[in-house]
Design a protein around this ligand. Structure first.
Ligand SMILES: [Mg+2]
Length: 284
């Protein structure tokens, strides 16, 4: 696969329109599978080595860059080295924002404070019930990650990851709805979290700021679908938009909506580097 592929006839025009709308545009980036390669132990994920330099270059042409993830903010700041990148971006007049827990936590490189919603009411009860649910789904080897405002159940390290995932999802979905929580299915992970919070709401909130003429979002997984749909809604309102899918071969749901496909995080950084070079050139 080449490092980027336009998926529709209209996509190349959308790319040009997005560049022409710089710097008054937003760039939203998922973290895992997009800026960082997927690894078996999510605690060991690290940002692609070229990503920090590329994000700084991007900040010269695009006002606000946002990382929008299901992870807690402090974790993604650490795994991504995003505090240091944010400091450099702020120093040249830009802003790096990080949205964790699908928007329930926020951080900006300009004020450096993590703002957090309260944990969802049903979460403690759900977590107490988890051992019984894992037994019921016959997935005692699933790995539970307590994320504070959410809980994630991973099957990537199970003896049979796909089958375990298929058995777990309906069991967890039932229990979550009984506790007033939402499930977020992902690549060999099911997340249980606050209802009524998703990446699409973050996209809409960002786009509501004054003077935003365009939005580009890059993601790789089902949790990014809401963001893709939100960007499509902005397109209907006349914004210059671009949807990019970071392809893994594990999840293809975003492909039908995307303008551009890139092969995983290495393709993402190459794509972002191209975007920043061409936006700078368009400035002259
Ligand atoms: Mg992802």
């Amino acid at each position: 696969m080449p490092f980027m592929e336009f998926l529709t006839d209209r996509a190349e025009e959308r790319y040009d329109e997005f560049i022409a709308a710089a710097p008054n545009v937003m760039i939203g980036l998922d973290f895992d599978g997009t800026l960082a390669p997927i690894v078996a132990d999510p605690e060991k994920a690290t940002i692609h080595p070229q990503a920090p330099g590329v994000l700084l270059e991007l900040a010269k042409s695009f006002q606000v860059i946002s990382v929008i993830t299901g992870r807690p903010v402090d974790q993604v700041l650490r795994l991504g080295g995003l505090e240091a990148i944010g400091q450099q971006i702020t120093a040249i007049g830009g802003e790096l924002r990080v949205f964790g827990h699908y928007g329930a936590q926020q951080w900006s490189s300009t004020d450096k404070e993590i703002r957090s919603s309260a944990p969802p009411a049903g979460l403690a009860g759900f977590i107490a019930e988890l051992p019984r649910l894992l037994a019921e789904a016959r997935t005692p080897d699933a790995w539970v990650e307590d994320k504070g405002l959410a809980v994630a159940v991973h099957t990537r390290r199970c003896a049979d990851p796909e089958e375990s995932y298929a058995r777990l999802l309906p069991v967890l979905a039932n229990a979550a709805s009984a506790h007033g929580l939402d499930v977020e299915p992902g690549r060999r992970v099911v997340e249980i979290r606050l209802a009524e919070m998703d990446k699409g709401l973050v996209v809409h909130a960002l786009a509501e700021q004054d003077g935003v003429h365009g939005f580009c979002f890059i993601g790789d997984d089902l949790g990014d679908l809401a963001a893709f749909e939100a960007v499509r809604a902005l397109r209907e309102q006349g914004l210059a938009t671009l949807l990019v899918t970071s392809e893994s071969g594990e999840e293809s749901a975003l492909m039908a909506l995307a303008d551009v496909a890139v092969p995983g995080p290495s393709g993402v950084v190459e794509f972002l580097a191209k975007l920043s070079v061409e936006a700078l050139r368009a400035d002259f």
